[in-house]
Write a protein that binds this ligand. Sequence first.
Ligand SMILES: [Zn+2]
Length: 334
Amino acid sequence: MKKNLFLITILLLLQCCKSPEKNGSLTIQTVNGEIEPDALGVALIHEHVLVDFIGADSTGFHRWDKEEVVSFLIPYIKEIQDRGVKTIMECTPSYLGKDPELLRLLSEKTGMQILTNVGYYGAISGKYLPEHAYQESAEQLSKRWIREAQYGIADSGIKPGFIKISVNEGSVLSGLDAKLVKAAGLTHLETGLLIVAHTGTWQTARAQMDILQSLNVPLENFVWVHAQNEKDFENYLRANKEGVWISLDGVVWDLKGHLDRLVFMKEQVGLDRVLISHDAGWYEPGLEEQKNFKGFTSIFDELIPLLYENGFTKKDLDLLLIENPKRAFSIGRQ
Ligand SMILES: [Zn+2]
């Protein structure tokens, strides 16, 4: 009997230490190491510093000069620091221009806290997927991602603060996209990292949620990215009911569309599962001039005044920009 009790205690302890779910001591992983969740401050949860569209077969760090990119970006970072932003989640995945060392340099030069990610981008018919993503199983891919979460990305020693994947639109996911979602789910189960998935419409979100649920991943660890592409607002309520994060992250591209959705959510169910950002940036390697670069100020200069006109309070804005990012991106200390 005593022996059984001892075994049960050991099993419970093992279970507790293994669980990545959000109980106990929490942390947020930036490119400069862990921070206390309360140090996150105003956060832009979906932005881009650099995006390289050339494709997985040709991209690489040889395509840009880190110092040059950092110098270009500093004024854009300063202008949002003036508006109170403390943290940026950089959502560019591997093989699409993600450069953790560049992000660390930018963070060191400006004091901006930056999170990077682990994961692959399946949309655009796999143009940004490396060869091994086609050959390996979800389990094998997740092993790569878990290793990066534990020891750092490539040989940079920089750890990801979340998982970023991307899938093509559709109520039924391709085998390849389903594999990426499964790999993300397995990585979450081992690391506790939030799954941020480039999605679009509700049907594509639902298809991913089904896979995650089959792995027993609680859906509050899933971010429905580009949810502004959904036309039927009722589907936001369905998502909210399931606990997923609704990411209205294209403010710089469609101010009115975001305003309408935020007003709807506030009136219907409240804002405690909603995230906002610009999906702005980005430095594009290979261009003579960076004429298309968009700064990260629209939320502060355009959206917030409109939200106040529509009955939003300071408390609502703190929820959207501070509290929700903090809850979403906090992970259990390993
Ligand atoms: Zn994006």
